[in-house]
Write a protein that binds this ligand. Structure first.
Ligand SMILES: [Zn+2]
Length: 285
């Protein structure tokens, strides 16, 4: 018999499987991303809400002969149910788990990504989702996965983008996704689309801002939309086998965020519940 394994997990996808079972993909704190079958989970109350999307649960499972594990037991530690109270927050959480689902690898431990997702789900319980929160998640995710785009200097001549006064016609760069960054004005081929340096600066700020401070970030809309498009290119570039894949929740999310941004008076969310996540999950790493 395979030994029982256990870990703290976040549910990334959960769907019915062969009438009575549930097929669940989850990100673990120490074992990477796994997919498993929970026998009889459709009709039995054994698992409660512990296998619902976004739930943070303590799970026990066994390896099988194949790729799938067999989920033996799961107990909800935090259901993040509060984030479902706003459409844009639910949509942002959907985007975050979708990115983690697509960009992590099976059984490749990624504790940093697990913690990042836990922090942002918790944040979405307390603060209305904004462009700035979503962009900061995307760029921090790329960084945690080891794919942070080079934002400080040209990927070809290594000239710094910032630090000296630039003429307006030089304050543009161009996207070089395949090289992991941007080309300066001088290195950019003449026909390429110009990308404002202001957007690169916003991306740096989104990367450097502590997670708990991201709700107070406010970037001008135009450079931020440019940054959003660039980040989509970087994320898709690293999505294995899905060069033109449109992330499931992304298009709708952007619409919700734009509507929320243009709404006259944002609703004030109630303060977050006092209950902390298990052990150090909430501490910024
Ligand atoms: Zn250059």
């Amino acid at each position: 018999m395979a030994p029982l394994q256990e870990d703290l997990v976040i549910i990334l996808r959960s769907q019915p499987f062969q009438e009575r079972d549930r097929l669940v993909t989850f990100l673990t704190e120490g074992h990477g991303r796994l997919t498993g079958v929970a026998k009889g989970a459709i009709h039995s109350r054994r698992f409660g809400g512990s296998l619902d999307l976004f739930a943070c649960s303590h799970m026990r499972w066994k390896e099988t002969q194949g790729e799938l594990v067999r989920i033996e037991e799961a107990n909800t530690r935090r259901d993040f149910v509060e984030l479902r109270s706003r459409l844009e927050n639910l949509s942002a959480a959907g985007h975050f788990v979708d990115l983690c689902l697509r960009l992590t690898e099976d059984r490749h431990p990624s504790r940093e990504v697990f913690l990042l997702l836990a922090h942002y789900l918790k944040l979405l319980e307390a603060a209305p989702a904004t462009f700035e929160i979503v962009r900061s998640f995307e760029i921090k995710l790329l960084e945690r996965l080891g794919w942070a785009p080079m934002l400080e200097q040209c990927v070809q001549c290594e000239k710094p983008f910032f630090g000296e006064e630039l003429a307006p016609e030089e304050s543009y760069v161009s996207l070089a996704v395949e090289r992991g960054g941007f080309l300066c004005h001088d290195c950019s081929p003449s026909h390429t689309r110009h990308f404002p340096l202001a957007s690169v600066l916003w991306m740096i700020q989104a990367r450097e801002t502590l997670i708990q401070h991201t709700p107070s970030l406010r970037f001008p809309l135009d450079p931020m939309l440019e940054a959003a498009a660039a980040l989509q290119h970087f994320l898709r570039w690293h999505c294995p086998g899905l060069g033109n894949y449109g992330f499931r929740a992304h298009g709708m999310l952007e619409t919700f965020l734009l509507e929320a941004r243009q709404a006259p008076a944002p609703l004030v969310m109630p303060p977050p519940a006092a209950e902390p996540l298990p052990h150090e999950v909430l501490k910024e790493s």
